[in-house]
Design a protein around this ligand. Structure first.
Ligand code: THU
Length: 163
């Protein structure tokens, strides 16, 4: 049997067409690129999450001299929320980037580990996380749920009942 998987997402020519709340969150992600520690890749990534309380929390990529030890902006942010706001849920996550000396005018596509982490936090808080992706300027993409970015993702349900 052949099956088909599809999902919808929104695109906007630039941030001016977004709601004020989404514009503010994206702006926070864009500003968070300034807190990145990316001397090895020169690719600064900023992320911002709006909690259900309305609070906005930011994160950025933090690289290591031992390259694989570095961590992406999305997971810096999500793990920080998980530890500092364990009972909060995340309404929306925005991600932007600033490549030193290069243009930032198209949405960044989050890496696979970060997609897994977004899915984990959706499961943890039992709520979809909207995802806004954009560079410092230009096209903006909005996804209704992080799980759309990781079809057939591993959600841990198969682990239930194991000792
Ligand atoms: N990076 C992120 O922070 N998020 C992503 O979704 C993709 C990649 C970071 C990791 C590394 O510090 C730099 O960008 C270059 O890969």
């Amino acid at each position: 049997m052949l099956k088909k998987f599809e999902f919808e997402y929104e695109t906007f020519a630039d941030a001016s067409a977004l709601s004020k709340a989404d514009q503010d969150l994206l702006e926070a992600a864009r500003k968070a690129t300034a807190t990145a520690f990316a001397p090895y890749s020169n690719f600064k990534v900023g992320a911002a999450a709006k909690l259900n309380s309305g609070e906005i929390i930011i994160g950025s990529n933090q690289e290591s001299a031992s390259y694989p030890v570095g961590i992406c902006a999305e997971r810096t942010l999500l793990n920080s929320i998980g530890s500092q706001y364990p009972s909060a849920s995340i309404q929306t996550l925005a991600v932007s980037y600033e490549p030193v000396g290069k243009a930032s005018n198209e949405p960044l596509s989050p890496c696979g580990m970060c997609r897994q982490s977004i899915l984990d936090f959706e499961n943890r808080y039992q709520a979809p996380i909207r995802v806004i992706l954009a560079g410092l300027e230009g096209e903006v993409m909005i996804f209704k749920s992080g799980s759309d970015l990781l079809p057939f993702g591993f959600n841990g349900s198969i682990l239930k009942g194991l000792k």
